[in-house]
Design a protein around this ligand. Structure first.
Ligand SMILES: C[S@@+](CC[C@H](N)C(=O)[O-])C[C@H]1O[C@@H](n2cnc3c(N)ncnc32)[C@H](O)[C@@H]1O
Length: 443
């Protein structure tokens, strides 16, 4: 199988079988003996074609008269891959993109589809100027959605809320692969020591400006080859995600519940800040995910984390007023982390903003029952949308006068932040979009 056929197989798996792009990619890459150059090409082609899906269909529409619904899924994916190479991969000659698509169609289609694919791609290659984006001034939403590969409803929300320019910056940054960030395991080494070890392992990295233990990597070999990872010298975690445990501010000896804890990114950070003294109960509704929490804790040398499979909407029945601090890192729409996965933007729906706040509120209410008098409750999400963030906290506070809002931004360990409820943005803060709020039980 050549690189483009492998890419086609992965894309088919995503579009026809709803496979996750990153999982399907790794699975398929591991099945073949492929050069590093081909790996990079396949990755770029798969992620690009999936991300640009609606834009590519709109572009194809300029060169065909029949409805794309009538085109067989595999042929449509061959066309999408061809269009992506012609319009967005300048290093690939147009002739190569066309010829390879035709070869693939000979294998997966018939004489008629071979002619069709050949005609569409050669016409696109000869006349790319036929594709004209909507006028930015007249239809900003459609323009941004097509230009930056986002669902129109999503762009519409952001334009309304943030204005056209900020929405454009956000869409733009959502297409840039973020740097890898790591959290130093301060129980095993200091950040400076870890930076030295990483340097010796061929990682180019620098200290994060957000947290005292954060590290940002600019280039690195395959993570599986790093002894420092196997030895538990660090945990992979985004910089904004690292801020959550700092806002919770756990102390050695406390009892802390992490209500939506798997795969343990924040539970392990909390236990580390507690110097591995006290108790962290990390619960999650999905039992299989708790295995990952246990593995992370073990690799990092943390012994105070217990895991329990539990629906957090019932947490209050089990641990009433027992915890010093509770974290609710709630399941959410994930609009703050779209840059991390090529297909995630196309999996979101507007219904999420009706359904998720109901679950988030139920979890928050039940988790709140576990907090002792004077104890802390932190509510965080990796999304940017107010229905899941400020509105959940505001509604909770209205119904629960036993809790008061505290200043989350003031708890940031390094940077200054004046917001009571913090909303971080990829295009402003250059970290994952995260919401963090901090409440205290006063009665
Ligand atoms: C944002 S993720 C948590 C990430 C985790 N805090 C970390 O830092 O690694 C949300 C988690 O909530 C879990 N979840 C979803 N519904 C839940 C429920 N009703 N009760 C408990 N956990 C739930 C999901 O399985 C998912 O692992």
């Amino acid at each position: 199988m050549d690189a483009r056929e492998i890419a086609l197989k992965i894309i088919n798996d995503v579009t026809s079988n709803h496979a996750y792009a990153n999982i399907a990619l790794v699975r398929e890459l591991n099945r073949h003996k492929i050069s590093d150059q081909d790996r990079r090409f396949i990755t770029e082609l798969v992620y690009g074609t999936i991300k640009a899906g609606e834009t590519l269909d709109w572009m194809i529409g300029h060169y065909v008269t029949r409805s794309l619904n009538k085109v067989a899924p595999v042929i449509l994916n061959i066309l999408r891959m061809g269009m992506y190479q012609i319009f967005f991969l300048s290093k690939v000659p147009v002739s190569a993109a066309c010829n390879q698509a035709v070869e693939l169609t000979k294998k997966y289609g018939h004489t008629g589809t071979v002619k069709f694919v050949n005609a569409v791609l050669r016409n696109a290659g000869r006349g790319p100027e036929k594709v004209i984006y909507p006028d930015r001034e007249k239809d900003i939403v459609k323009f941004l959605a097509l230009k930056y590969f986002h669902p129109q409803w999503m762009v519409g929300r952001w334009v309304k809320r943030l204005g056209a320019d900020a929405a454009e910056e956000l869409c733009q940054i959502n297409n840039v692969t973020p740097a890898l960030s790591l959290r130093t395991n301060t129980l095993k080494n200091t950040r400076e020591e870890l930076l030295d070890v990483l340097n010796q392992e061929g990682v180019s990295a620098e200290a994060s400006v957000w947290t005292p233990e954060g590290i940002v990597c600019h280039s690195y070999p395959a993570l599986s080859t790093l002894k420092s990872l196997r030895d538990g010298l660090f945990q992979i975690q985004d910089e904004s995600s690292m801020l959550v445990a700092h806002v919770l501010a756990p102390k050695p000896g406390e009892f802390i519940i992490d209500a939506c804890g798997a795969p343990g990114g924040k539970s392990t950070h909390i236990a580390t800040l507690m110097e591995n003294k006290g108790r962290v109960l990390s619960t999650d509704v999905y039992e299989h995910k708790l295995v990952l929490t246990k593995e992370n804790a073990q690799r990092l040398g943390l012994t105070i984390i217990d895991v329990q499979s539990l629906d957090a909407t019932t947490l209050g029945d089990h641990y009433t007023r027992q915890a010093d601090k509770v974290l609710v890192d709630a399941p959410c729409s994930g609009l703050g982390v779209l840059r991390r996965k090529a297909d995630s933007r196309w999996r979101k729906t507007e219904d999420m903003f009706k359904e998720l706040p109901i679950l988030q509120m139920a979890i928050l209410k039940s988790a709140a029952e576990c907090v002792k008098l004077g104890g802390t409750l932190v509510y965080s999400t990796c999304t940017t949308e107010p229905e899941e963030n400020q509105e959940v906290v505001d509604n909770f506070l209205k119904e629960n006068p036993d809790f008061a809002l505290q200043h989350a931004g003031e708890m940031f360990p390094v940077t200054e932040n004046k917001a009571e409820m913090v909303q971080l943005w990829p295009h402003i803060d250059h970290v994952d979009g995260f919401f963090i709020s901090r409440l205290v039980r006063v009665k």
